[in-house]
Design a protein around this ligand. Structure first.
Ligand code: NAP
Length: 280
């Protein structure tokens, strides 16, 4: 029988790219650290990643903060090299950078530079970061890569979000391509696709808008996923327990999908009139 350490990521080194002082990046970084991983937290804003690294150290964990733009190859390569130098290896990548950004407007109005920036943050950054860590993971024949996509990459959001939809759909294709190329080495590459998550301000505003009503009836904000709930799924994908799973698209959006919500309201009102209770 195999013996496993009591903490699920003991001895592992994780890089979390796309971390603010709240949101999924922070929750995942804290979760990884609480399970024994040494964590490199990365985004472009030094003060915010320092704060999260400080939180990890305050709870007795090991963390470093490395500012880098995930869309710039030289900075990504340096971030990975610096992690290996300071923490010893890289076993796990959680790529969470991205978001809708400024790319708003219909097909003929959206500015090319905004469109490109959004695709870059969501997809090109994912390509650069996965390539850089795979150069370490493939020779060691182990690793876990988890990308944050979005429900919009599975089912495009209508209106002015084409760059965001494309970036997230591309992340799914990237994860599945890498999964096929690395499965024989025991490396797992999966993508989580959240719906609205109660994280940054813009998301909260959207949630408030949904909460003010669908078809004249209020929607309980408790229905939307919390960053910690996403982090629990990501922890599983980073752990030994997920070794059989690669190339998977994990849909975490259905509970918070407003379109599904309004359909459910008609079809199955008992499922949507209250937040989930998660009895176990
Ligand atoms: N929140 C939601 O409702 C929701 C729903 C579905 C999917 N998602 C996806 O989840 C991810 C964000 O999660 P979150 O909303 O919880 O945010 P978060 O963890 O609070 O932070 C994401 C951070 O990514 C960083 N980032 C953006 N572009 C970057 C780049 N080029 N290089 C390095 N860092 C970069 C930003 O920090 P800096 O500006 O400091 O670099 C940002 O604060 C995105 O991929 C988004 O598409 C979010």
């Amino acid at each position: 029988m195999e013996t496993k350490p009591s903490r699920r990521l003991e001895g592992k080194v994780a890089i979390v790219v796309g971390v603010s002082d709240e949101g999924m990046g922070r929750s995942v970084a804290l979760k990884f650290a609480s399970e024994g991983a040494a964590v490199a937290v990365c985004s472009r804003t030094q003060s915010r990643i320092e704060k999260v690294a400080g939180e990890i150290r305050a709870m007795g964990g090991k963390a470093i903060a490395i500012s880098a733009d995930a869309t710039v190859q030289g900075q990504v390569d340096q971030m990975v090299e610096s992690t290996v130098k300071q923490l010893g290896s890289v076993d796990i990548l959680f790529y969470n950078a991205g978001g809708a950004g400024a790319a708003r407007g219909g097909p003929t109005e959206v500015k090319f530079s905004d469109w490109q920036a959004t695709v870059n943050n969501n997809l090109i950054g994912a390509f650069l970061c996965t390539q850089a860590v795979l150069k370490k993971m493939m020779p060691q024949e182990s690793g876990r890569i988890i990308l944050t996509g979005s429900g919009s990459g599975v089912r495009p959001v209508a209106g002015d979000m084409s760059a965001y939809n494309v970036g997230n759909a591309g992340e799914i294709a990237l994860a599945q391509s890498l999964a096929a190329a690395t499965a024989h080495l025991g490396i797992c590459v999966n993508v989580v696709c959240p719906g609205a998550v109660n994280s940054r301000d813009w998301t909260r505003r959207a949630i408030e808008r949904f909460s003010s009503g669908v078809e004249g009836k209020p929607v309980d904000p408790g229905r939307f996923n919390q960053p910690e709930e996403i982090a629990d799924v990501v922890l599983f994908l980073a752990s030994y327990e997920s070794r059989a799973l690669t190339g998977a698209v994990i849909n975490l959006y259905f509970r918070s999908d407003i379109r599904a919500y309004s359909v459910w309201r008609k079809a199955e009102p008992q499922y949507i009139e209250r937040p989930a209770t998660y009895k176990w």
